[in-house]
Design a protein around this ligand. Structure first.
Ligand code: PLP
Length: 402
């Protein structure tokens, strides 16, 4: 039987997915990337501003450490929670940067930042529990909340507050059924950064309640204005915080797949159990490279940050010159999130038109939730030359269409 005939036969069987799969969402960035690649195969030239990853190569000292680790035989299973030396390095880094004493037994290393979101929601949120999360926000939060059958409670981020949240609004969403609150600063997709005062106000709204906070700090080293502040640093919040951070954005290591969660040891044992049940462990040679990333020369991090800042400045200024666009200056991450409501176009339709007619791939604000309507997200993780070319193309498109 040929492969094709076998496939035809297989389709006689109805695919009977588990009901929960109907509630699992996705990340539109990957779909737009596929669409852009399809256009490229037809000979079109597309500028990629849709995907959230640094365009830099992983710094050479980290690559060398990874190669050496492979050659030295770091090719076997390791402990589910991560290599002890990497957990220790992370504990020391987090203790210093967040000003709280963290032990290595409070660190779980996982393949990327994403599994910490997946495992935390899986481990903490029961059917009917309420989970508060930012909207617009990273789409995996809402996807996972729905997946486990918990109640999704979006908290709106406000442009006029530089995409911060309204603490009174947060207080009004908190109930006896609130199990988890998700924070993300610096923020994807808006580039917003919560100040120390914002975090303290949020902590005060939560008060003494037994609510866990998943603090997604994957962009903690990518701040242009102000200083990163974690809710883990607020007295009384360490044992209620799961801090998510990682290597993907800070060290341009998206494809290595490595991130971590920092949490109280009793929760760490359960998140580790989820690791044992799913991945067994994070790749061992990747983790050895991770030790070099944390302990080695940090100048590449500073260089990448400075470069993102330069591009942000150029791109935001350029967008503000385009008809129908107005854009705040993001304080962190590598995204800009212009308001496009004055174009009169719905975000999704505008994003599609810019891809198909102007050759610029970006994301609709609605890819990050309903409150993203009226906005587009551009990643500035591309060369200044391409960013300028994208500005020119968008400008020309608006002159033809608005
Ligand atoms: C807010 C946020 N959290 C987590 C992640 C996941 O990072 P990783 O690639 O390390 O899984 C991303 C990636 O885009 C992100 O934007």
């Amino acid at each position: 039987m040929t492969g094709f005939a076998m496939m035809e036969k297989a389709t006689q069987y109805e695919l009977r997915l588990a009901e929960r799969m109907s509630r699992l969402g996705t990340e539109t960035a990957f779909e737009v990337l596929n669409k852009a690649r399809a256009l490229e195969r037809q000979g079109r030239e597309i500028i990629h501003l849709e995907i959230g990853e640094p365009d830099f190569d992983t710094p050479a000292n980290i690559v060398d450490a990874g190669i050496e680790a492979l050659q030295k035989g770091w090719t076997h299973y390791g402990p589910s929670a991560g290599l002890p030396e990497l957990r220790q390095a992370i504990a020391e880094e987090v203790s210093g940067s967040r000003g709280v004493q963290v032990g290595s037994d409070e660190v779980v290393v996982v393949p990327g930042g994403k599994p910490i979101i997946f495992f935390t929601v899986l481990a903490l949120a029961d059917v009917g529990d309420e989970v508060i999360y930012p909207n617009p926000g990273f789409p995996i939060y809402e996807s996972m909340i729905h997946y486990v059958g918990a109640q999704a409670m979006p908290i709106r981020l406000h442009e006029e507050k530089d995409f911060g949240l309204d603490v009174d609004e947060l207080a009004s969403l908190i109930s006896d059924r609130t199990k988890l609150i998700i924070l993300n600063s610096p923020h994807n997709p808006t580039g917003g950064v919560l100040s120390e005062q914002d975090i303290r106000d949020i902590a005060e709204a939560i008060g003494e309640r037994n609510i866990m906070v998943l603090s997604d700090e994957i962009y903690s080293r990518l701040i242009f204005d102000g200083k990163h502040y974690s809710i883990m640093s607020v007295p009384g919040f360490k044992e209620r915080t799961i801090l998510l951070d990682g290597f993907s954005k800070t060290y341009a290591m998206t494809g290595w797949r490595m991130g971590y969660g920092v949490m109280r040891p009793d929760l760490a044992t359960h998140i580790t159990r989820l690791m044992t049940n799913s991945n067994s462990c994070t790749a061992s040679f990747t983790q050895v490279a991770g030790i070099e990333a944390i302990r080695g020369d940090q100048s590449s991090v500073d260089h990448m940050r400075a470069e993102f800042q330069r591009r942000r400045d150029v791109f935001v200024a350029g967008l503000n010159r385009i008809k129908g666009f107005s854009c705040r200056m993001p304080k962190g991450a590598f995204y800009v999130f212009p308001n496009v409501s004055k174009t009169g176009w719905k975000s999704k339709k505008l994003a599609d038109a810019l891809l198909e007619e102007a050759g610029v791939a970006c994301l609709s604000g609605t890819a990050f939730g309903d409150f993203g309507e009226g906005y587009l997200r551009f990643s500035v993780a591309n060369s200044l030359e391409n960013l300028n070319k994208a500005l020119e193309r968008i400008d020309q498109w608006t002159k033809r269409n608005l």
